[in-house]
Design a protein around this ligand. Sequence first.
Ligand code: P6P
Length: 346
Amino acid sequence: KYKKKSQYEIQTFTNWLLRQEQADVIDAELTVVLSSISLACKQIASLVQRAGISNLTGVQGAVNIQGEDQKKLDVVSNEVFSNCLRSSGRTGIIASEEEDIPVAVEESYSGNYIVVFDPLDGSSNIDAAVSTGSIFGIYRPNEGCFPDLGDNPTLDQLEQNCVVNVCQPGENLLAAGYCMYSSSVILVLSVGQGVYGFTLDPMFGEFVLTHDDVKIPLKGKIYSFNEGNYALWDDKLKKYIDDLKDPGPSGKPYSARYIGSLVGDFHRTLLYGGIYGYPSDKKSKNGKLRLLYECAPMSFLVEKAGGKGSDGHRRIMEIHPEEVHQRVPLYIGSVQEVEKLEKYLA
Ligand code: P6P
């Protein structure tokens, strides 16, 4: 466990990154990309915490004191994330929940990484000051499918090239993580070996290592589903949920916890154990959550912490996205809890 030797020997995200680079876990280019992501998260944390004050809450279309069109916080967060990635000079293509299509980054001059992200997931919770988060995943360019675009590729060819490079399965991820904006601002990520959490110390604006090599409990008595959709669920899923609540004389009922913000619900599941689920239902055949920049990054993390991420039948990490904003059902958390769910759905 992380032990502070003296007040001034804290482990910051910056020196943790440098140690990963020295150990050849990541290269210098990826170090720069991750550093730029942590900068974006600090800026978004500040925007989120001041939302009510700087009048950033509320709906699109209002006009702020400068007479500019007021942007919703998720639009602003998207600009912050995109700008930080562009100015890092190491990202070749970025795909955002807020953009219709992935975009090639002309400022890239080395590294050329592919970054997928949801800049502010759960943003509908902002006005009620409920936790939200940014989610990201980083891939190498999909070398195998750089079609020969010739000297004058059409816009359509360039766009197709971006999509093909972005649509990779989770098992290709080099790094993934999230930053949760809650009672604490916590950056949680994996660069392939273990899961680490860094809490933003507002005293000096640095992320400090607070969760060293996180492992999710093998099982947990918390289930996190929006039961308002119960009537729309498959009968097998209803039986699973019914049995969690009423396990009969032998068992103890589970506790329900649901924030309605994936990052907050996932973070609690990662630390306390249990299962988070966003099933498909009669109205949403593939559920609500997006494979590329929500389900795959979270599944990458949970597997690196010894947990499991499934669509109910398959590992999320093996699902190859057909299109950038593809949705999939998500069941994620403690191995024993996800496997129990999969047995009910078999
Ligand atoms: P529902 C937020 O809008 C989000 O994308 C996730 O962060 C969250 O887990 C889910 O949707 C909540 O959806 O339908 O339960 O309100």
